[in-house]
Write a protein that binds this ligand. Structure first.
Ligand SMILES: [Zn+2]
Length: 417
């Protein structure tokens, strides 16, 4: 019996005993995804083939977009665009969000969260891109999403001066800052720098009193890492004045990370943080391990740096010990062969785990080989749907070739730990 038919059989038995469970389990393969309902936490990892984008709908309907990338090599090294090349990644992400977000009072993204300033997360600068109707900037990634759906608060690592570790002066950043200036004029958009350690910066905007167990903890930004106690943080990077300029932190190392918690359920996401330095660089260039240790064990985690081998180290995997891993793959080499083997290693932590990838390039299949057959999914949007209260969740795969929201697989339910 396959895993799915086992689950189906179990549900038939359970649904005769507890009729309410059947309603909760109404997500059916081949059917459109049932809409988000109040009390549910939805975490969508959206596949565009152009970079990272995750849409979170919190239990009271507050929404957050984590990255909106548009920057990737073309196939065969890079992924094929999804659903297709007829629209930009940002427009596809906005259309996805408009289908998935609660429409009351009006569809809006309450928080847009930029893990770091690279094109596959923020939207790369492109001379041929369309120009905004709202200001003097072009549309790519997050600036593109905001053309279709309002963003209320923008969170990044640099506001207001964008000067760490050195002034961020390039066409992408200048375009992004023109976007911030235009969108914040007249009080439309609020912009904040993420403060590591806090759990009161990203909050439920609508009914916080109804879901007291929901929190978002800021784990890290710019090398400042939460200690795990109250709101205190520790500086992982040495002071710039004590460091040769060629060793200053890289953009990936400055990535922002958060932990989203709902009852017993915990989720980690942390951009492109590396766990080991590039050859010959100082050991402190590896930053993911203290961040993962501050997060502690989680139910679900997004791999750092698209599953590449400079991150997702053994100590990282062991610290998070996730039941569900998500690979935000977009190019050949995602995931790295060694990372893949670490994820499945029961020497690092015991028990089963399921691994889901947005896409998989032919070159990756050839390099990693047969072990990749263990992946629970290698194509499609990945939705973690957490039941009210956070005790249980499922992973649904959605067809990424159309906008019909068709469920192609259901995994779980999993018990939160
Ligand atoms: Zn990236």
């Amino acid at each position: 019996m396959t895993r799915h038919s086992l689950v189906a059989a179990a549900l038939v038995v359970l649904s005769t005993v507890t009729p309410t469970l059947h309603t909760l389990d109404a997500q059916t393969v081949g059917e459109p995804l049932p809409a988000w309902t109040s009390g549910t936490l939805d975490i969508h990892q959206i596949h565009t083939g152009r970079g990272n984008a995750a849409l979170l709908v919190f239990p009271d309907g507050t929404s957050m977009l984590v990255d909106a990338g548009d920057g990737n090599p073309e196939p065969p090294r890079g992924a094929t665009r999804a659903p297709d090349a007829s629209r930009s990644a940002g427009e596809w992400i906005a259309r996805y969000a408009l289908r998935m977000l609660p429409s009351v009072p009006v569809p809006a993204i309450d928080y847009a969260f930029s893990t770091h300033f690279h094109g596959d997360h923020l939207g790369g600068f492109n001379n041929d891109a369309k120009t905004s109707a709202y200001g003097d900037y072009t549309l790519s990634g997050v600036t593109d999403v905001a053309e279709y759906i309002p963003i209320r608060t923008m969170l990044d690592r640099g506001w207001p001066d964008y000067s760490y570790p050195r002034p961020l002066d390039n066409p992408m950043m200048n375009n992004y800052r023109a976007f911030l200036e235009a969108q914040s004029a007249g009080g439309g958009m609020t912009i904040e720098r993420l403060t590591p350690g806090r759990s009161d910066q990203i909050v439920l905007k609508r009914e916080p009193e109804s879901f007291p167990s929901f929190t978002v903890r800021n784990l890290a930004a710019n090398g400042q890492v939460w200690t795990g106690t109250s709101t205190t943080t520790r500086r992982h990077f040495p002071a710039l004045e004590d460091t040769p300029e060629q060793d200053w932190p890289t953009e990936n190392q400055c990535s922002m990370a958060i932990r989203v918690s709902y009852g017993r359920f915990d989720y980690y996401t942390g951009g492109d943080m590396p766990g080991v330095p590039a050859p010959g660089y100082p050991l402190w260039h590896g930053i993911e391990i203290p961040v993962a240790r501050a997060a502690g064990p989680v139910d679900a985690a997004v791999l750092n740096h698209h599953g590449l081998g400079d991150g997702n180290t053994e100590a990282f995997v062991e610290a998070l010990r996730a039941r569900v891993w998500i690979i935000p793959s977009r190019a050949a080499g995602h995931p790295d062969r060694w990372v893949h083997n670490r994820l499945y290693s029961e020497r690092l932590y015991p028990g089963p785990r399921d691994v889901f990838s947005l896409t998989l390039q032919q070159a990756t299949k050839q390099v990693v080989g047969a072990p990749l057959e263990r992946l629970s999914s290698h194509r499609g949007h990945i939705l973690i749907r957490v039941d009210e209260g956070g005790a249980r969740y499922r992973v649904l795969i959605l067809d990424d070739t159309s906008e019909a929201n068709t469920v192609t697989a259901v995994h779980g339910p999993y018990d939160s730990r």
